[in-house]
Design a binder for this molecule. Structure first.
Ligand SMILES: [Zn+2]
Length: 438
């Protein structure tokens, strides 16, 4: 929190929508197919071994097996059309999925219980693959990928290109995926950036991430900051509900159903985009103004089970907002304190400290049975979170280790990679701008 400017290496994602030529699109599809094939090929071998010996093949072992078989089996002669990364990275993902499965079963992994990895079906599973080596560049309005070549992007890549040119960024890997008929590339980039310490020391804000409002905060001066969903988000959400209803009315397997699915996916992408943009603006602002931001920890893996589409987006937004606050506070020389998942921020009275046994999501106003305090539920929750900043601030270090002060129910967020989206649909303002401005 000093005035001095330090430099730090952070991981950041840059995502661009692609405008491939028909030949390039074929190459993208081919890689996605190769990646899916490799996953299924590896899974068949791992499953067999797992059933017999309780072990599987590591990503490296699978790669060795694959290298031997692809040359021996003429039916696999097409392998050389794709970058070796398509196979290698699928094997790595499979290895990770198997490790997660075992950890989840033994209780070492929190959240929803994971089943044994499944085979990927064409058209059912998400088209995606990753490059970790080979030429990965971008310039102006293009990106260059191994085997695929130089592809035009929907939006400008200048910001990243400039960083690459100046030597302050390095592309570590690129993930290509298809969302609703549109291809995207997401570069994971190591960025060397200035961490400026211009936030005012001692300032703090408690932040409640909401369902109705995007974010509600109460700061140490008593100001209430409420950021509701922007109008474009409300409009997009309304469209999403309509499309979702239309989709469910169409007969299973019909052409109408397929069209409705595509439409739904497009609106879904748009909503997520608009929401991420609003979150970027809000979190950038908070991280610039406050030395300490306190937010709740959320059981994001546990929440994804939720069926409703709109609700799923909100859940996604919780994780995103927390992650954004994490890296943006670091960039600005501040810190993020994450309240323990079990900290009852919404059920506790911010005036007298009495805790309620139950508080349903529909109760928008908190009414205390002990002292009669009445307040908007989100504001009450934010006040409780703010108290955490004052209670244990000295015992936290500023560089981001895990700290558990005795019983205070909080920890400092570990540094997580930042994300600067570059806009998903092209109709919203480029989100990279919001993140980059931080
Ligand atoms: Zn009370």
């Amino acid at each position: 929190m000093s005035e001095a400017t330090d430099r730090a290496k952070v991981h950041q994602a840059y995502r661009f929508a692609l405008e491939p030529t028909p030949a390039q699109e074929r190459a993208l599809r081919s890689h996605a197919g190769a990646s899916r094939f490799a996953w299924n090929w590896g899974l068949a071998r791992c499953r067999e071994r797992y059933e017999a010996e309780g072990k599987w093949y590591s990503g490296i072992d699978l790669h060795k097996l694959w290298n031997a078989e692809k040359k021996a089996d003429p039916a696999l002669a097409w392998w050389s059309e794709n970058s070796k990364c398509a196979y290698q990275e699928a094997f790595r993902d499979l290895d990770r999925a198997l490790r997660d499965f075992v950890k989840s079963r033994s209780g070492q992994r929190k959240g929803k219980r994971l089943g044994f990895p499944r085979f990927k079906k064409r058209g059912k599973s998400r088209d995606s693959f990753r490059f970790s080596v080979g030429p990965m560049r971008c310039a102006g309005s293009t990106v260059t990928l191994p085997k695929v070549g130089t592809v035009t992007t929907h939006e400008s890549t200048r910001k990243l290109a400039r960083r690459l040119e100046a030597g302050t960024a390095r592309i570590l890997s690129s993930t290509v995926s298809r969302v609703a008929q549109r291809w995207f590339v997401s570069f994971t980039v190591e960025v060397d950036r200035a961490v400026s310490g211009h936030v005012r020391a001692g300032t703090a804000i408690g932040v409640d991430l909401g369902v109705r409002t995007l974010l509600t905060g109460v700061d140490d001066a008593g100001n209430v900051v409420a950021i509701g969903g922007p109008k474009p988000l409300r409009v997009a959400l309304r469209k999403l509900r309509r499309a979702s209803r239309a989709h469910s009315r169409k007969a299973e397997g019909s052409a109408n159903r397929r069209n409705a699915s595509a439409q739904l996916a497009r609106i879904h992408a748009r909503v997520a985009n608009v929401r991420a943009d609003a979150l970027h603006k809000a979190t950038t602002d908070l991280a610039k103004r406050y030395a300490t931001v306190v937010a709740e920890d959320l059981n994001v893996t546990g929440m994804v089970r939720n069926r409703s589409l709109a609700r799923a987006i909100v859940d996604q937004g919780f994780g995103e907002a927390r992650r954004m606050l994490g890296y943006k506070t670091t960039w600005n020389g501040g810190q993020l304190i994450v309240a323990d998942r079990w900290f009852p921020s919404s059920k506790t009275c911010s005036a007298c400290g009495a805790a309620k046994a139950k508080l349903s999501l529909s109760e928008r106003v908190f009414c205390c049975e002990s002292c009669g305090h009445r307040e908007d539920r989100d504001v009450n929750a934010a006040r409780n979170l703010l108290k955490l900043a004052a209670s244990g601030a000295e015992s936290l270090n500023a560089c981001g280790g895990h700290v558990r002060p005795g019983g205070a129910g909080q920890r400092l967020l570990k540094q997580e990679p930042g994300t600067a989206h570059a806009g998903e649909t092209g109709t919203a303002a480029p989100q990279g701008a919001a993140a980059e401005a931080a």
